[in-house]
Structure formats: C-alpha cells, structure tokens
Ligand binder design. Structure first.
Ligand SMILES: Nc1nc2c(ncn2[C@@H]2O[C@H](COP(=O)(O)OP(=O)(O)OP(=O)(O)O)[C@@H](O)[C@H]2O)c(=O)[nH]1
Length: 399
C-alpha cells in the first residue's frame, strides 16, 4: 500500500476545518463552559497549515513558506493550551502562547535568513512543539473525578504522544548527516507514515476536547439536578444520594451517622406579613448561617418548603444536638432587614442518629422529623433529640 502525502494533507486540512466548525458550534451552546472557541480557532490554524502544505510545500519551497506553516501550527498548539486553561476556569496566561510564538518565529527567521540550516531549524521546531505538547499533556493528566477524568486522560495521553513524536523527530534529525531533510518536503518513505500518525493523534486531541465538553455538560447538568435553585443547597434528591453513599461508608467503618431536620418557625406568617420574596430571602439567610456552621464533610440540604436537613457523618445524636443548638442560637441572633423592615426569626430542630434508628435514610429522616415536631410542640426555637424524647416524656432537650 502506498500512502500519498499530498492527498493526506488535503484530507487533514478538510477534516480539521470540519472539526473547527463542530467545536465552534459546540462552543456556541456550551453555556458558561469556556475553551471551545479557542480550540475551534486552533483547529482552523491546523487546517490552514495543512492546506498551505498541500498547495505549496515541495523540496524547493521557500523557507518563508515553512516559517508560515510552523507559525500556524504553533499558534494552533498554543491556542489549545489556552483553551485548556479556559476550560479549567483558570485565568488564561497569554504569556505562554506569546513566548512559544516568539521563540518559534525568532528561530525560524534565524535559521532562514541568518544561518540557513534546514536540519537545525527542524530540530529547533521539533523541540518547541515537544515542549508545548508536553505542557498541554501536563495540564490534563491530573487527578479529577470521573467521568471528566476519562476525557482529560484521553486528551492528555494524545498530547503526550505528540510530544514524544516531536522529540523522536528531533533525535533522528540530530543523528542524521547534515543536509538530510525529514520534513514534509522530504522524499523519504517514512515521512507519509509519520504525517498520518501525527494527523490521527491530532484528531484524537480534538475528539478528546469534544469528550471533555460533553462530560462537563453532563456533570453540570447532574449538579443542577441535585441542587435547589433558590438556596443553592443540595435538594432532596441530592441529599438522598449522599445519604446512600454515607450509609455505605458508615456500614464499612462502623461510624454513626447523625441527621438534623430544621424547620423555620411560623414561616407562613413571615410570608403573609412581608411577602413571598422576603420569605425567600429568609430561607437564603438561613442557608448561609447553616452552611457557615457545618463542617466540610457534612451535607446541608433543602428537604422541601421551609424544611432543611443536615447529614453529619461520624457524629452521634448527642454531638449533633450541641451543633444544632449552636445553629439555633446563631440564627435566632440574626437581625434581617428587608426594605426597611427589621425581621427576626427562629428555627426548631429535630436530631437523630443511626445508633438508635439504623442507617436507613427514611428511618433517620422520620425520627428527626418526629423530634422536630416535638420541638415545635414544646414551644419552638428548640432542639429535640429523638432518642431522648422516645425514652422520656416529651420534654425539651435544650431551649
Ligand atoms: N417564600 C417561600 N415560602 C415557602 C416556600 N416553600 C414553602 N413556603 C411556605 O412555607 C409555609 C409553611 O407554613 P407551615 O407549614 O404552615 O408552617 P409554619 O408557618 O412555618 O409554622 P410552624 O412550622 O408550625 O412553625 C407555607 O406558607 C408555604 O407556602 C418557598 O420556597 N418560599
């Protein structure tokens, strides 16, 4: 089988142009996800470079044409790196693409005008490409949760292969007798194979970017589905998922799992007196106070209406009651002001733990809910612990 270099260049040019369009379209509908447009531009640079190479690169091509192709390829590579930074919500450090662009341009001019040496130029170019591809690989081969990890690593490994190929090319050129050219204009038989391999890996990089976009959209949607839109806290579904995970962990470790059910006192009257919007703001304030008082491995959620839950791993009912009372006091001390009207509100909290009712989530919620109603019955603005209430006559634990 004979590989025709020129046909492959044209095919690469057309395919990268198509992929550029696809990435641009994906970027249009990717919402807040950044990076896709930079990758689309990068693909366009590769398409142009391949087309110029297809149209004009021959053994007698001028050095300037090669400079143009190299600069386009390097611009594409640098834009890919900036796109990765943007995708990861990092600040784009434009100094890195500028540095690579400057180095490639300066050394291309040096080896074209002042010190014409095709081999030395190709070695220098290969080293610059190896460096930027290695940077891209390093930015992607990181610890990250699945499913994004699959896409990151697929793309990162593709970049690592491109870096290795560029280093390999530099090593071969270094050992070649002066004057040997293994660039695209070379007539050596392995050049088409190398071009095909590089083009395929480049396609893998672009598919990797699409996979990254796709997986990011999926994780963002999953996050939205598990969050309450008013408070930003976990919603009931999100809490149930975390509860299943925590119950499995507690079964393994033997730790206890505690739960608080929190309900705003006389919330209906706040709504009736001040309006629904003020009611919403009160729920947001309570969320802020609760989130400030929970530990990083506790899970705070809006369970529904004006009822909230906190799951506390490795915590007993007694410990949770102390935390609950601190939260109750912090919220009661809060003075809220909405449109000139000063408002104070209180909460009632029911507490239960897995040592008394088991690790089943529904059993935990219903025990804490029952305790919360006892707290309401006892006069509100209180904490009630389920096991204490079950053993004794309904009397308040703290008030
Ligand atoms: N503003 C606002 N109100 C809500 C929301 N969800 C539920 N509510 C209101 O919360 C109120 C709950 O009232 P009730 O269940 O009677 O309880 P309460 O007035 O807090 O009385 P106690 O719980 O007995 O202290 C209802 O008026 C609901 O309309 C919400 O997202 N925003």
């Amino acid at each position: 089988m004979r590989l025709d270099l020129h046909t492959m260049m044209l095919m690469t040019s057309v395919l990268t142009l198509l992929l550029s369009g696809l990435l641009a379209l994906a970027g249009l509908h990717a919402g807040s996800i950044r990076g896709a447009r930079l990758w689309a531009l990068a693909s366009l640079c590769y398409s142009l470079a391949s087309f110029i190479a297809f149209a004009d690169l021959t053994p007698t091509s001028s050095g300037w044409l090669i400079v143009l192709v190299v600069v386009l390829l390097l611009t594409g590579n640098s834009l890919q790196f900036s796109g990765i930074q943007a995708f990861k919500d990092q600040r784009i450090d434009w100094r890195i693409p500028l540095l690579f662009f400057g180095v490639a341009f300066a050394q291309s001019v040096w080896f074209t005008l002042l010190h014409p040496d095709a081999n030395a130029r190709a070695i220098a170019n290969s080293l610059v490409f190896a460096a930027i591809n290695a940077l891209c690989a390093r930015a992607l081969l990181i610890r990250i949760d699945p499913p994004l990890r699959t896409a990151y690593w697929f793309t990162g490994v593709s970049f690592a292969l491109l870096a290795a190929a560029a280093l390999f090319r530099a090593a071969i050129l270094f050992q070649a007798p002066p004057g040997t050219s293994i660039g695209l204009s070379s007539l050596l038989p392995f050049v088409p194979v190398r071009f095909l391999a590089s083009s395929l890996i480049l396609m893998c990089v672009t598919f990797g970017f699409m996979l990254m976009l796709n997986y990011r959209l999926i994780t963002d949607m999953q996050k939205i589905a598990l969050r309450d839109s008013l408070t930003g806290a976990l919603n009931r579904r999100g809490l149930e998922e975390e509860a299943i995970r925590l119950a499995a962990r507690c079964t393994r470790t033997g730790d206890s799992l505690a739960i608080m059910v929190i309900d705003v006192d006389h919330f209906k009257s706040i709504n009736d007196r001040c309006g629904h919007q003020v009611g919403d703001k009160v729920l947001q304030r309570l969320t802020a106070v609760a989130q400030a008082s929970v530990r990083s491995d506790d899970y705070f959620a809006r369970y529904g209406g004006e009822e909230f839950c906190i799951l506390l791993p490795s915590t007993t009912e007694e410990e949770a009651s102390v935390l609950a009372d601190r939260l109750r006091q912090a919220y009661a001390a809060l003075t809220m002001e909405f449109g000139g009207e000063v408002l104070r509100s209180t909460i009632s909290i029911g507490v239960a733990d897995s040592n008394h009712v088991g690790l089943e989530f529904s059993a935990l919620v219903s025990a804490a809910d029952q305790a919360m109603y006892w707290a309401k019955e006892g006069g509100r603005n209180r904490v009630a612990a389920h096991s204490v209430m079950v053993c004794k006559v309904p009397a308040m634990v703290t008030a």
